[in-house]
Design a protein around this ligand. Structure first.
Ligand SMILES: [Zn+2]
Length: 59
């Protein structure tokens, strides 16, 4: 039985993705973060998410 992981950013279940600092990020969100055409607002959202990830792991 496969267990899908839940994406840290979009909260959707996806079996393809990467794990960053113990948190799972799906392919879609990974691509969105890499995509430089993405809107600034989106980037700010991802940045704040990743920042809180760091903070959680450093504390
Ligand atoms: Zn996602």
């Amino acid at each position: 039985m496969e267990t899908n992981k839940t994406c840290y950013i979009c909260n959707k279940e996806c079996d393809k993705g990467i794990e960053i600092l113990g948190s799972y990020i799906c392919r879609n969100c990974e691509q969105e973060m890499i995509d430089e055409e993405g809107s600034e607002l989106k980037m700010e959202y991802y940045k704040s998410k990743v920042k809180s990830l760091w903070r959680n792991n450093l504390s």
